[in-house]
Write a protein that binds this ligand. Structure first.
Ligand SMILES: C[S@@+](CC[C@H](N)C(=O)[O-])C[C@H]1O[C@@H](n2cnc3c(N)ncnc32)[C@H](O)[C@@H]1O
Length: 420
């Protein structure tokens, strides 16, 4: 067997040098990847943090471990007018990022070959840092979090994620098994070929239990980023909270929080569970969820400097005197306008993928599509919406107020609308 002299870190770098990740055509725009853009929308995360609508214009943002620049492009498209900086250990990835961003008209993005552990060498402080699918590759992810905290402005936000140990367990186990049969020591192309042979030779029920579906692994990159990923590690919710604490960071939210509802796991929540849930912290509830249904590959979160924000819930009076608007990501999205208008004209419900909602989908009944139509033009006073609902239907002012506030509050929980 050919033994390679590569350390796990060098091996990871050689993978990304040979195959910058992800392999998305340079010409592809990220604008329709709204679900991903949501996670790196500064205005969205800052609204969650402070209830303030803070535009992205002029904010300084970092995409750390940018890979092939697909994430950087999403960051640029999700945050109009922001100053974008990107870095990666792999020179080939950085080059591709520069090219991708230039191709889409973002000509002033600064790109560096740099280890995320040395971010302070840039001498820049950031309003927003995103690093997707990077932290778990570091020997000590807490060090990575500390390095980011050092370059985060006092009001800044970090979006990062770690692999879930429970969801990822099959891959983590198979990585160990494939290590034992030498497949982390051979050149990547040989390893990918051997993994196909290994998996293809398993008994059918064994292959099924280890989630092997050859159709998903026709590209070597898919095998190398899963079954043969060097340095891959998984974590539990309490571990992630502990790491944030050690790094002096505060947990703001998971980026897909409504999709982690313990209640949603039950046909009917047993009374003793319901009672206990009321006493549990956010961390304990999320942990309970992952114990029952480890469905999410990533524990994907927004964080801030510990204790830097205190957000009070809106009162009914705030709602009644405020104006409401669609999330700026939606306002900026031509497809959203077209499809919402179509639902409006055809008098039917409006549905779309929306990471901030339960199961990543939002569904608005036809009647309520009409209620919200003025928001397509811009911020609308809530009082005007209530008046509109009275005029459109058979509700009294009091009933309309109740229904509109209940509905808007639910949409605001999903960061689909925002109040100012
Ligand atoms: C799975 S890719 C993710 C790319 C990108 N963030 C995305 O989600 O599309 C991981 C990237 O992290 C980079 N990386 C790994 N360790 C790093 C480190 N210590 N400093 C900078 N980049 C690193 C790799 O070179 C690779 O491009």
């Amino acid at each position: 067997m050919t033994r390679s002299a590569l350390s796990p870190a060098d091996r990871a770098l050689s993978l990304y040098e040979a195959l910058p990740y992800p392999n998305v055509p340079l010409s592809q725009s990220a604008r329709n990847a709204l679900g991903e853009m949501f996670k790196m929308s500064y205005t969205t995360a800052q609204y969650l943090r402070t209830h303030m609508l803070v535009p992205s214009e002029g904010k300084v943002m970092l995409n750390a471990g940018c890979g092939s620049g697909w994430e950087t492009l999403m960051m640029a498209e999700a945050n109009p007018g922001a100053q974008i900086v990107a870095c990666d250990l792999s020179p080939a990835s950085v080059k591709l990022t520069e090219e991708r961003l230039r191709r889409h008209g973002f000509t002033d993005v600064q790109c560096y070959v740099l280890n995320v552990l040395e971010l302070d060498r840039l001498g820049i402080q950031f309003d927003f840092i995103s690093l997707n699918d990077v932290l778990y590759l570091l020997a000590d992810p807490t060090e990575g979090l500390r390095a980011m905290k050092k370059v985060l402005k006092p009001e800044g936000i970090i979006r990062a994620n770690l692999h879930s140990r429970r969801q990822r367990q099959v891959f983590l186990r198979l990585q160990e098994a494939l290590q034992k049969v030498g497949q982390f020591d051979v050149p990547p192309a040989v390893g990918a070929k051997n993994v196909r042979e290994f998996m293809g030779s398993l008994q059918e029920e064994v292959a099924k239990a280890v989630l092997w579906n050859p159709a998903n692994y026709t590209e070597d990159a898919a095998i190398l980023n899963n079954y043969l990923l060097a340095n891959d590690k998984g974590f539990t919710i309490p571990e992630v909270f502990g790491m944030l604490q050690q790094a002096g960071l505060g947990f703001l939210s998971l980026v897909d929080m409504p999709d982690w509802s313990v209640e949603s796991l039950f046909k009917q929540v047993p009374e003793f569970v319901r009672q206990r849930l009321e006493t549990l912290s956010v961390m304990e509830r999320l942990h309970l969820y992952e114990l029952i249904r480890p469905a999410h590959r990533l524990i994907d979160f927004w964080a801030e400097h510990a204790g830097s924000s205190l957000v009070l819930p809106w009162t009914d009076a705030d709602w009644l005197t405020g104006s409401v608007q669609f999330n700026p990501l939606l306002m900026d999205n031509t497809r959203f306008h077209q499809e919402y208008n179509k639902a409006l004209q055809e008098n039917r419900p409006y549905e779309m993928q929306w990471t901030g909602a339960t199961h990543g989908r939002i569904s608005i009944p036809a009647e309520k599509v009409r209620w919200l139509a003025p928001l397509l033009q811009g911020p609308t006073p809530v009082a005007e919406l209530i008046q509109r609902v009275v005029e459109l239907g058979s509700l009294t002012k009091e009933q309309a107020t109740d229904e509109v506030l209940t509905f808007l509050t639910a949409l605001e929980d999903f960061l689909f609308v925002m109040l100012q």
